[in-house]
Design a protein around this ligand. Structure first.
Ligand SMILES: Nc1ncnc2c1ncn2[C@@H]1O[C@H](COP(=O)(O)OP(=O)(O)OP(=O)(O)O)[C@@H](O)[C@H]1O
Ligand SMILES: [Mg+2]
Length: 409
């Protein structure tokens, strides 16, 4: 006799909580309730990117995932998917089916049209909205966003083109309480940061360990939001600054994550640049094991720091106009200059560095350092404990989420 096992059901909003993902279940139904449209948790800094990563983690290990949409949620998301990032990712999963909770009032082609609309979204078309997403799909019906990639060559746009995009984006923020003077100063560093981070998803997060395109979903996205960011580690508790208006950029991918990509370069070589290095304490582990129970959290963390400092020796202490960025270290350096913030969630680690005004000035090289005076050290604080470097173990997730926050006041 066939055994009938009911599908596990969860709400899309459960992805915003710490509730463990139902991994290892054969079939999962995700309900998208109408309250999704008004849930304030998604507006909090950093929350939506993490929820998207949990959705990608879940979808990646299922053979199929079914979305059951509330009427109002479907109508609104399908009408303008790019301003509903979390729900719009559901439209891009290759192993998903969609139904409406009370009958099939919305036809299948409406979901397909919304998907088309989403992947052809231009940031320029909607600069004034408080949030929007650009999506790259690398497997099955691949599609790259026009704003980030040159369509004929399918290559990432040049630095100057990123600058022009950032220019438009910043210009559109002028009415939102931002100070006009900072905008021209920040255009180049923000363009460098975005290009470096998107290039990293291109280089390290489209393929599996053996170099083949990820399956069943290879999704990368850039989320842009206006947020109010509060200090995480104020230097003086008693005069903590109020939350400040910021632009938040979140770069998300469904790839193999930092530890495994570093391991891949070590074992299989890499496309360009000097070879990556590994310390003696990590060498045996990283050569033997992919990320999982055999890799201690300390080793995973050490490798993540190796990633952050990969280009620290080539970093240039002064801000030269037109200076090309060098990887993640340049991202940290530019954020220090702009008093911004950096956060990364990959594997089991969730770390951050904050250079926000009034924040404790931790982990900087000394001003007498010959090579990097006053520049950031490649280190992270733990997001859960806020004040400690020691990482707290988090649920093992797919890919990576990098969030950068730039105050514009
Ligand atoms: N999205 C990502 N997914 C997985 N690993 C990543 C990702 N981004 C960065 N990494 C890891 O971090 C390392 C350092 O990145 P960084 O951008 O500083 O240098 P690089 O990409 O190796 O070199 P370059 O940027 O000069 O081409 C990478 O080599 C890779 O192992
Ligand atoms: Mg890089």
């Amino acid at each position: 006799m066939l055994e009938f096992s009911p599908a596990t059901t969860l709400s899309l909003l459960d992805l915003v909580t710490n509730q463990a993902l139902p991994l290892g279940k054969p079939e999962v139904v995700v309900e998208i309730p109408d309250t999704y449209l008004t849930d304030e948790r998604l507006e909090r800094p950093g929350v939506e990117g993490i929820a998207i990563q949990r959705l990608l983690t879940l979808a990646q290990q299922l053979s199929s995932i079914r979305f059951s949409w509330g009427q109002a949620a479907a109508q609104r998301v399908l009408a303008s998917p790019a301003v509903h990032p979390l729900a719009s990712i559901c439209l891009c999963l290759n192993n998903a089916t969609h139904v409406c909770e009370n009958g099939d009032v919305i036809g299948k082609d409406a979901f397909e049209r919304a998907r088309q609309n989403l992947v052809s979204h231009r940031l320029g078309a909607d600069m004034f909205s408080e949030r929007q997403v650009l999506i790259s799909l690398d497997y099955q019906r691949p599609s790259l966003p026009f704003d980030l990639y040159e369509p004929s060559s399918r290559r990432l746009r040049r630095e100057e083109e990123f600058e022009a995009l950032v220019d438009d984006l910043l210009f559109a923020q002028r009415g939102a309480g931002f100070r006009a003077e900072v905008l021209p100063k920040f255009r180049l560093p923000i363009a460098i940061i975005l290009r470096e981070l998107i290039e990293n998803t291109d280089d390290h997060a489209r393929t599996d360990f053996d170099g083949s395109i990820l399956k069943p979903n290879a999704v990368r996205c850039l989320l842009v939001k206006r947020i109010e960011q509060e200090q995480l580690f104020p230097a003086k508790m008693e005069n903590k600054n109020p939350p400040m208006p910021c632009l938040e950029f979140t770069i998300i991918d469904s790839g193999i994550g930092y530890y495994n990509s570093y391991r891949r370069q070590l074992l299989r070589g890499q496309a360009r640049g000097i070879p990556v290095k590994v310390g003696e304490t990590q060498a045996d582990t990283i050569r033997q094991y992919e990320l999982g129970p055999n890799v201690s959290l300390d080793i995973e963390y050490a490798i993540l720091l190796k990633c952050l400092e990969r280009h620290s020796d080539n970093a240039v202490p002064d801000t030269r106009p037109g200076h090309r960025g060098m990887g993640l270290y340049e991202v940290l350096r530019a954020l220090k200059m702009m008093h911004g913030m950096f956060e990364v969630r990959t594997g089991r680690i969730h770390g951050y560095r904050s250079f926000l005004e009034g924040e404790a000035r931790l982990q900087l090289e000394s001003e007498d350092s010959k090579t990097r005076p006053g520049m950031p050290k490649a280190s992270l604080l733990d997001v859960s404990s806020k004040f400690w470097k020691k990482p707290t173990p988090h649920e093992l997730v797919r890919g990576s989420v990098v969030r950068v926050v730039v105050p514009l006041v």
